[in-house]
Design a protein around this ligand. Structure first.
Ligand code: CP3
Length: 339
């Protein structure tokens, strides 16, 4: 068990653990080196040895408190038999799929397609590098996954009018959610001791649909995760009402995006909070990084808080800025433990 789980379970308020979304990725030269020789991204996510190596890259380089398995939220559509490719300078591009394809997918086939992910998790878990650290498994939120499946590319690039039949969407979310549950279950059984749900496009859902598209299905995932004695972190990026989400979905930790005012949210949420700082701060300078990091740490000094960003590390980030960020957080912790 690592520091994250300790903070979550004992509600330790003074120590602030740190890990970063997308901590393994394109800003690291050692990742780019592997990536340039492995042009098929999905294939890379299914290469057990390389997944382990990439997952541990940031852990070997930095003093982080948790590892997150190198994978992608789009491995679930892949497991369902949908074609998924990552095009350079474009992002993911998916093939077609319909409700019947999802309904008729045997669990066995889905699990076989994703078997290497679970094997990688088992291999990582056994590595001594993370003996005293947490190992985070993850899934995409049901809404975000369905949106990619139907839109077939990032909604950031072009959001098609794919979602008009409300009851069909609810039906599809239900079926997709079943497989997301399986994916959570298998990751935990393979060694993940924390699960994070990335609902990156939760902010696009209209208020009248939140209950059916986001709250209800996500609540099921949280329930399953917690029933397996595993804490669940939820990241409903850009959602308008974090306190309402937190109250209804009931996660162990709520991860906030960089549009959230940390002082305001602190007054409204009692459970442990994660993240918040804009990843663009890492693109500025050390002085500004120090000031902003200390601001977040200070706001949450009497609240259980896991330091992270308000979204993933950007590809153009200088790795030495990440190193400096971790140093600032450690310094804060040293001071706190002396007081
Ligand atoms: O956090 C980690 O270090 C673990 C690995 C991880 C990846 N993707 C690896 C990756 C995680 C947790 C994800 C989650 C993910 N994937 C999300 C949720 C978080 C978010 O960013 O909102 C989403 C929406 C995706 C889907 C996805 N994967 C997109 C849109 C893209 C292309 C654009 C981009 O942001 O990189 C990916 C590709 C991807 N996933 C890369 C990595 C390291 C880059 C692949 C490359 O080298 O080209």
């Amino acid at each position: 068990m690592g520091l994250l789980k300790e903070i979550i379970s004992k509600k330790n308020k003074s120590l602030k653990p740190i890990w970063l979304m997308r901590q393994a990725g394109r800003y690291l030269p050692e990742f780019r080196e592997i990536r340039k020789r492995n042009l098929d991204f999905i294939k890379l996510c299914l290469d057990i040895k390389k997944v382990k190596q990439i997952t541990l890259q940031p852990i070997k380089r930095y003093d982080l408190d948790a590892a997150i398995i190198f994978s992608d939220i789009l491995m679930v559509p892949y497991g369902l038999g949908q074609k998924v490719v990552f095009k350079k300078n474009f992002g993911p591009q998916l093939g077609s799929i319909n409700l019947n394809d999802i309904k008729n997918q045997p669990e066995k086939k889905f699990l076989k397609n994703l078997e290497p992910v679970y094997k990688s998790m088992g291999m990582i878990k056994k590595d001594k590098t993370i003996k005293k650290k947490d190992l985070i498994g993850f899934v995409g939120g049901p809404w975000t996954i369905l949106l990619y499946m139907l839109n077939k590319s990032s909604p950031k690039k072009n959001l098609r009018k794919v979602l008009s039949d409300r009851s069909l969407i609810i039906d599809m979310i239900r079926y997709v959610n079943h497989f997301i549950q399986l994916h959570i279950y298998k990751q935990i059984k393979s060694g993940a001791n924390i699960i994070q749900i990335f609902d990156s496009w939760a902010g696009l859902v209209k208020e009248k649909n939140l209950q059916d598209f986001v709250y209800e299905p996500t609540k099921k995932l949280v329930k399953l995760t917690r029933s397996l004695n595993t804490p669940c972190i939820c990241f409903p990026r850009n959602i308008k009402n974090y306190p309402e989400y937190t109250q209804i979905v009931n996660p162990d930790v709520i991860s906030i995006d960089y549009n959230v005012d940390p002082r305001k949210i602190l007054k409204k949420i009692e459970i442990p909070i994660q993240g918040g700082m804009d990843p663009k701060v890492l693109l500025t300078n050390k002085k500004n990084l120090e000031k902003t990091t200390n601001y977040y740490l200070d706001v949450f000094k009497n609240h259980p808080y896991i330091f992270n960003l308000g979204h993933g590390v950007l590809p153009q980030t200088d790795p030495s800025m990440v190193e400096y960020l971790i140093k600032i957080v450690r310094k804060f912790n040293d001071r706190a433990s002396k007081n």
